[in-house]
Ligand binder design. Structure first.
Ligand SMILES: [Zn+2]
Length: 69
């Protein structure tokens, strides 16, 4: 059930499912870090697996990677 993602589909997914914008224009695979721009204006890198499956869809400021208490 591997869905083949293209940069266009990823861009569409990002726009529909987050407030972030995809800045990367080429997609080479799931391990690639993609460059996004968060709604706050910050840019951040994240591979698409994390973005999609782990709901890490904002920059580290708006959504810190780990919640430390
Ligand atoms: Zn942000």
């Amino acid at each position: 059930m591997n869905k083949r993602w293209t940069i266009d589909k990823i861009k569409e997914f990002v726009e529909k499912n987050s407030d972030s914008t995809l800045l990367t224009t080429e997609y080479h695979g799931f391990s690639q870090k993609l460059l996004f721009r968060c709604a706050c204006g910050n840019q951040f890198e994240k591979n698409f697996t994390k973005f999609k499956n782990k709901h890490q869809r904002k920059c580290d400021v708006c959504q810190p990677p780990k919640q430390s208490r």
